[in-house]
Design a protein around this ligand. Structure first.
Ligand SMILES: Nc1nc2c(c(=O)[nH]1)N[C@H]1C(S)=C(S)[C@@H](COP(=O)(O)O)O[C@H]1N2
Ligand SMILES: [Mo]
Length: 329
């Protein structure tokens, strides 16, 4: 008798229920009980990503298109080939739209101009800046980065964007600020996933000031020599390649400086599985799967996962005095 065993690494990605949500079955049932009436009304379908499709309105051309491609910063090199663009355009996590990996079509409905970014909290003076003004003030550069999702797949790509430390300098935070908090847009009319009570919308992420001013922390505004595609987080998303992908928040509309550690979306939704730090470590398994290796998007090659996703030299020093913190979840 031949028994075909499903390789263990296939499980997190191949289940009928997306792995991120799976942990929430119980809270889903609780929410369904509480919000039964609302569920019956219809947004329930959006929880699972099969809401009725609204025909996407034709979008105007991206006014930043002429900026790209931008000059590559040669300091950032890869240990593997760049993932073909088509994979990055067709395999995405963006729970605001749906929980499948096919979000491109739904995300096409997101208006990305005008796009205003609010800067506030513990800063000398709060302000707002439009994305195109920001791109004039802080011209983007290209960097080759790896990306490692907590679900154990990875990719490598050329981002274009702005070093987060330059943005932080422009924001002029007070010396007492300890964290920078970044939030995604909130618009359940175009992003039906935001009707789901499973998550505390808008998507919220944060970094310590030391992390945010590390050279590697990057705000991506483009990829593959073009403005960022909507499904990848247009017009501006975070790229912190030493952390699991969920830290790299998409569609950012606000930066707030604070002295309190923020309640980040995944840490609230699954506190036993996702933390604030989320640094990549092959030796610390996710409670439901190993993090020892990763499936490379495009080739399906298995590669061993590296500590801090291969960026230990740049970032390990940030964590030396944080012995009691759960740094790798
Ligand atoms: N606003 C928002 N940002 C998000 C997510 C999301 O669902 N919503 N998913 C995260 C996860 S889990 C990953 S792996 C990356 C995926 O980025 P990509 O689709 O460009 O590969 O985006 C991150 N940023
Ligand atoms: Mo992810």
């Amino acid at each position: 008798m031949l028994i075909r065993r499903v390789p263990s690494w296939a499980i997190p990605e191949s289940g009928a229920t997306p792995e991120h949500v799976w942990l929430n079955r119980r809270s889903f049932i609780a929410a369904a009980g509480l919000a039964g009436a609302a569920l019956a009304a219809s947004p329930a379908s959006a929880f699972f990503g099969f809401g009725e499709k609204k025909a996407a309105a034709p979008q105007p051309p991206d006014p930043s298109a002429g900026l790209y491609p931008v000059k590559r910063n040669p300091a950032y090199v890869l240990d593997r080939p760049v993932t073909p663009e088509a994979y990055n355009l067709g395999y995405n996590n963006y729970y605001e739209f749906n929980t499948s990996k096919s979000v491109a079509e739904d995300a096409a409905a997101l208006p990305i101009r005008p796009w205003t970014i609010k800067v506030g909290g513990m800063v000398e003076k709060p302000f707002e800046v439009g994305i195109d003004d920001l791109l004039k003030k802080l011209p983007p550069e290209e960097r080759l980065y790896r990306h490692r999702c907590v679900e154990a797949w990875s990719m490598a790509l050329p981002w274009s964007g702005i070093p987060l430390k330059d943005f932080v300098a422009m924001a002029r935070p007070l010396g007492s600020a300890k964290y920078v908090v970044m939030k995604t847009f909130l618009n359940p009319d175009v992003a039906p996933g935001q009707a789901s009570p499973l998550f505390d919308w808008p998507y919220t992420e944060g970094l310590t000031m030391a992390e945010a001013t590390n050279d590697l922390a990057f705000l991506a505004t483009g990829a593959y020599g073009k403005p960022l595609a909507r499904q990848m987080g247009a017009p501006i998303r975070l790229a912190v390649p030493w952390k699991y992908g969920f830290k790299s928040v998409k569609g950012i509309v606000s930066f707030d400086f604070t002295d309190k550690r923020p309640k980040t979306l995944w840490a609230v939704a699954g506190p036993g599985e996702y933390g604030f730090w989320a640094n990549v470590n092959p030796e610390v398994p996710h409670p439901r799967w190993s993090q020892a290796s990763e499936r490379v998007l495009g080739t399906n090659e298995r590669r061993p996962t590296l500590l801090f996703n291969g960026y230990a030299e740049q970032v390990a020093g940030l964590y030396k005095w944080l012995g009691n913190e759960e740094l790798y979840r």
